[in-house]
Design a protein around this ligand. Structure first.
Ligand code: BG6
Ligand code: MG
Length: 217
């Protein structure tokens, strides 16, 4: 049976989660706002706008709309400078094997990311053509944990949500997949992703046999 396999981007396909953190950290430092890696977990999966709102809240800092937009731009410029040199070597281990296996088995593949830089990154890593549907920060309004991004991906693939499998590294992403009534697979730490239907540290632990279980059902 054809299933919909939906991948988050940052922290699932490429190791960009660390660059988002470094760019936010630089911005927070410039505003004299304390910002830790633990707090950063809450920013994973959510939009640029929502992330800045949270950081400013943590710092009890209010800014004008113009300043807010300037700060978002500033963060993105730093982030873009980090991802400038990205190429295929930045694809996380075993992602090509998993994508190729799904393609060979004629499965439907989508991207479900909050990032407005998603297509840019997929081009740089030569992965763009692997995806049948791309839903990113430019196509949805509601940030994860809202299920909008994954429901739009399922719709684009023309596959029922219950027949979709989502790979996510963010707590908000697992919540979004669960809210969409999809199978949620956490990629990362069990203490953060405990609401997922299944959890793996990375894709090297996800065998073709495991993927085949979804396809053969
Ligand atoms: C998500 C990341 O994929 O995209 C977040 O997990 C990030 O950390 C969000 O803030 C928005 O990304 P961008 O590239 O549009 O700033
Ligand atoms: Mg992510």
């Amino acid at each position: 049976m054809i299933k919909g396999f939906i991948f988050d981007l940052d922290g699932v396909i490429v190791d960009t989660a660390k660059y988002h953190f470094l760019a936010w950290k630089q911005l927070a430092d410039s505003l004299h706002i304390e910002f830790t890696e633990t707090q950063n977990e809450q920013l994973k999966g959510i939009s640029r706008e929502k992330s800045l709102e949270k950081i400013l809240n943590w710092g009890n800092t209010q800014v004008s709309t113009a300043e807010f937009n300037k700060l978002m731009d500033q963060k993105n410029k730093v982030y873009l400078s980090y991802i400038e040199k990205m190429d295929t070597s930045d694809i996380l281990p075993d992602i090509p094997r998993v994508l190729n296996f799904l393609k060979q088995n004629k499965q439907a593949i989508a991207l479900g990311s909050a990032s407005k830089n998603a297509k840019h990154i997929l081009k740089k890593t030569h992965l763009l053509e692997m995806f049948d549907v791309i839903i990113d920060g430019t196509s949805v309004a509601k940030a994860k944990p809202n299920p909008e991004v994954f429901l739009a991906a399922a719709k684009g693939l023309n596959i029922l949500p219950k027949n979709c499998i989502v790979f996510e590294d963010a707590e908000s992403g697992i919540e979004a997949a669960n809210a969409a009534k999809m199978t949620s697979i956490g990629i990362g730490h069990p203490e953060i992703l405990h609401n997922a239907n299944d959890i793996f540290t990375d894709f090297t632990k996800i065998s073709n046999e495991y993927l085949n279980n979804f396809i053969s059902k």
